[in-house]
Write a protein that binds this ligand. Sequence first.
Ligand code: AMP
Length: 173
Amino acid sequence: MTPEQLAAKIRTIPDFPQPGIVFRDITTLLQDAAAFSASIEAMTAPLRGLKADALIGIESRGFIFGAPIARELGIGFVPVRKLGKLPGETISIEYDLEYGTNVLQIHRDALRPGARVIIVDDVLATGGTVAGTLKLVEQLGAVPVAISFLAELPALGGRARLPDGIVSALIAF
Ligand code: AMP
């Protein structure tokens, strides 16, 4: 399936969750077995050979893509979650949203220093969420080797907040 065909499976909903936001709804892609499978395969292909030690999925849609990619790569899955969801000892990062702030957490013992990690989320928008995740990875002394998205929204400038050369997205809207 081509990126254009995959893009056509994503439903666009204007003014969700608030006026002015053009929401890219991936549920229509997920419910199509061939499109979901092709997305996982296409996101996984460039990640093979990176010798990554772990894959981080960002709550919650990053879990949907991250977990099957981790399994394909034969590496463990590490969740980055919203405040108060992880039961063990955590480290936290506060980051800016369009309105207000949010907190992300990771288990302190989830990554060893020097671990090579891949970060996965569904959509790159402003990049705030993944920039926060990168800070958590750095605090644990791990090394990001790839950041993979199903789709990116280039008009929102997220890539500029992320390291050069390790960011990829199958689709751009
Ligand atoms: P970001 O602005 O890059 O921090 O985006 C935060 C999260 O919100 C990402 O994980 C996306 O899943 C989601 N998101 C932001 N904007 C959109 C959008 N227009 N359509 C779909 N998801 C979005």
